[in-house]
Design a protein. Structure first.
Length: 130
């Protein structure tokens, strides 16, 4: 994954992964996202992303990779674990930078519950890994 081919107006990508595969997936994704090309953002876009990242962290999400811009305004692709389902990261307003959110699922807590909580106004690109 040398480039992030995501449309900047697309919703974030979500991955639902079974609990027993969660750690291995995150371990594999982190270096790949850190090696991915950063996207140039305008100052107001950087401010929008900083606000969304801060709100997700305040809501209990774990930031694994990215989540910041360098001095040139290049925003690294961002990997979050379990961002709040009402987070602005997953809201109706598309974000200007690449975002991947990973949710751990358990057999006794269906993944559908997570999806039902996410804002229907901006359906994410969904990937479900058993």
């Amino acid at each position: 994954m040398s480039t992030w081919g995501r449309d900047p107006d697309a919703p974030p990508a979500l991955v639902l992964v079974a609990e027993e595969h969660h750690a291995a997936l995150v371990e594999a994704l982190r270096p790949r996202l850190l090696a991915a090309a950063a996207r140039k953002l305008e100052p107001e876009q950087c401010a929008c992303m900083r606000e969304a990242v801060r709100a997700a962290l305040d809501g209990g999400a774990t930031l694994v990779a990215g989540g910041h811009a360098d001095s040139q305004g290049l925003w690294q692709p961002t990997l979050f674990l379990h961002p709040p389902t009402d987070s602005s990261l997953l809201g109706a307003r598309p974000l200007p930078a690449p975002l991947l959110a990973v949710y751990r699922t358990r057999a006794d807590r269906p993944a559908r519950r997570i999806l039902d909580l996410i804002d229907d106004a901006c359906p994410p690109h969904l990937h479900h890994l058993p």
